[in-house]
Design a protein around this ligand. Structure first.
Ligand code: GDP
Ligand code: MG
Length: 598
């Protein structure tokens, strides 16, 4: 295909604005998939993606489109992830295409992730076609949203396509706009040495690792011996092809094209997204500018509820990690929870996805400990230590100061909820950087400590704004603050899995809240149990769980036989979800519920 007949593009949108539905319609209208094979959300492959309606990995599809000008064009769509945790994946897949459709829900308007994603597209020098979706809904306000796009994003929206991805209205206009308003790939020379970008890689249980590639110069075909310029790995290409969206073999991929390659690569970890692929025999001179590797920012402990599941869990985690290079793990032992793993994630959604997969695909019941961030500990002797787990915090006498990661968070919300949002951000030690109004919505930008956000910030934000707020963030670096480790003691023994880093000014409040919560969550025992929060040796909050009264037990074992049996069964079931700690049994849910602040 000549370059002038190729269009490579992505769709950027806030979550739920209709990106996947639009992709479905484009695929359907061009007959890429036979009608009977069409199912909703063609591009969202993983179960979890489908269930939650989010895209986690970039996907690609090739569409042949006979345009009104009489020529048939090859349209390559890369569907990028749409969630804050995967912002980095969005930015790298954007580098592989020249244009973007900016989808905005005409009933909602511009949201935080609309902004974050469109800025990434602008940074990648994309031509952008605004598309207003959901015009079938009575609440659609295309004029207002058009104006908002111009005011907030600063791009011309006068020729935005008005569509309903659901009913199909306006889809032909979108196809014409792709051809007429998005640029073809820039010069690429099919005779030059191969230069291709590794856009993404994923694991297929039958085929092994599949790489999505964008060819810049040269030609890639079956039988070629390729070299990954950054990792140095060399492989023989078994197959090249395109997604339609089913994998379809092609003879070769040429300059400007996007497709897949399969080269018996064993694990995703062997590939580095952003790497340059070239021929071993006739390599290109300079690799593409590299991408930054994605680094985990949120850490938590994962422990099997049943200690006998530990080996199975190790197998499962190893398998998952092989194919998710942004997920890290190492073994951890906790006095309270036994053997488990300290795992690192890109963000909270990523954490949830991995935990879900472990529980669902591998059938392992897990205890998750409080998510934490990486603190920079500066020792008095000048050495810096990265603290991934509050339980490893050394004695404060060795520590000169502690730095914590900060984020720049953008929240967009209807005016009437702004007060609640500001209050929430203030409570979480936020510093306001900006506040602007656009068409009945406020946009506020805060500098916030990441540790105040990783736990339940997003849930709280949703609840105080009845779901109307949208949120996006980026890391901005580390800053010193007055941080301390708070220990929790149950029956006078510290429970390591409940230890956390807190700001000194908020320690009493957090400590009190934790003790109260734990008092509710831990069942009564035959003896009274003190529950305390402490910093160093100093107790800052305490509660006492009183002893169970004798007659309660008497009642338990009284009554008729069936009732007794039921009670015993209930107790047994309850036991499974308990962890014995010293003389005290702590229910599994306590490890996560105790940290929720309401
Ligand atoms: P994504 O998160 O951007 O991929 O959004 P989806 O494509 O998954 O769409 C989110 C929700 O909006 C789904 O329930 C869709 O059925 C619905 N939706 C998408 N497009 C339209 C539309 O044009 N009209 C209406 N009424 N609903 C739509
Ligand atoms: Mg989607």
């Amino acid at each position: 295909t000549p370059l002038s007949r190729i269009r490579n593009f992505s769709i950027v949108a806030h979550i739920d604005h209709g990106k996947s539905t639009l992709a479905d319609r484009l695929i359907q209208l061009t007959g890429t998939v036979a009608e009977r094979d069409m199912k909703e959300q063609m591009l969202d492959a993983m179960d979890i993606e489908r269930e939650r309606g989010i895209t986690i990995k970039a996907n690609t599809v090739r569409i042949d489109y006979p345009a009104k000008d009489g020529h048939t064009y090859v349209l390559n769509l890369i569907d990028t992830p749409g969630h804050v945790d995967f912002g980095y994946e969005v930015s790298r897949s954007m580098q592989a295409v020249e244009g973007s459709l900016l989808v905005v829900d005409a009933t909602q308007g511009v949201e935080a992730q609309t902004l974050a994603n469109v800025y990434t597209a602008i940074e990648a020098d994309h031509e952008i076609v605004p598309v207003l979706n959901k015009v079938d809904l009575p609440a659609a306000e295309p004029d207002r949203v058009r104006e908002q796009i111009e005011d907030v994003i600063g791009i011309d929206a006068s020729e935005a396509c008005l569509i309903s991805a659901k009913t199909g209205v306006g889809i032909p206009d979108v196809l014409e706009a792709i051809v007429n308003r998005l640029p073809p790939p820039p010069e690429g020379d099919p005779d030059k040495p191969l230069k291709a970008m590794l856009v993404d890689s994923k694991y297929d249980q039958y085929l092994g690792v599949i790489c999505i590639v964008r060819i810049i110069d040269g030609t890639l075909k079956k039988g070629d011996r390729i070299r990954m310029m950054k990792t140095g790995g060399t492989y023989d290409v078994d197959d090249v092809g395109v997604y339609r969206p089913a994998m379809t073999h092609v003879k070769s991929l040429g300059a400007g094209e996007i497709g897949y390659l399969n080269a018996s690569i064993k694990q995703v970890r062997d590939t580095r997204v952003g790497d340059t692929i070239t021929h071993e025999k006739r390599p290109c001179e300079t690799p593409l500018p590299g991408f930054k590797p994605s680094v985990p920012v949120v850490f938590c402990g994962l422990f099997p509820v049943d200690a006998n599941d530990f080996e199975d869990m190790r197998d499962a985690i190893e398998k998952l990690a092989l194919n998710d290079a942004s997920f890290t793990y190492e073994m951890e032992t906790s006095a309270a929870l036994g053997f488990g793993f300290r795992c690192g994630f890109l963000g909270l959604l990523h954490l949830e996805v991995i935990r879900d997969r472990l529980e669902r695909e591998y059938d392992i019941e897990l205890i998750t400990t409080a998510p934490s961030v990486i603190y920079h500990l500066f020792r008095k002797d000048g050495e810096r230590v990265d603290l991934h787990n509050p339980a490893d915090m050394p004695d404060m006498t060795y520590v000169s100061h502690i730095e914590e990661p900060r984020i720049k968070a953008t929240v967009m919300v209807p005016d009437e909820y702004l007060g609640d949002v500001l209050k929430l951000c203030q409570e979480r030690r936020g510093i306001q950087l900006d506040l602007t109004y656009v068409g009945g919505r406020a946009m506020t930008v805060y500098d916030l400590p990441l540790n105040e956000v990783v736990f339940d910030f997003y849930d709280r934000l949703k609840s105080v704004t009845k779901g109307y707020a949208s949120f996006d963030y980026e890391m901005i670096g580390y800053r010193e603050d007055n941080l301390v480790k708070m220990s929790i003691l149950v029956n006078d023994e510290p429970v390591d899995a409940l230890a956390m880093m807190v700001h000194r000014d908020r320690a009493e409040m957090r400590g009190r809240a934790m003790c109260e919560k734990l008092k509710e969550l831990i069942p009564r025992h035959m003896f009274k149990i003190p529950i305390q929060a402490a910093i160093g040796g100093k107790v800052i909050a305490r509660e006492t769980l009183s002893a169970m009264r004798k007659d309660v037990t008497a009642k338990c074992y009284g009554g008729d036989a069936t009732r007794k049996k039921k009670l015993l069964e209930k107790q047994k079931a309850g036991k499974k979800k308990m962890r014995q700690f010293g003389k005290v049994e702590i229910p599994q849910e306590a490890f996560i519920s105790a940290l929720k602040m309401d």
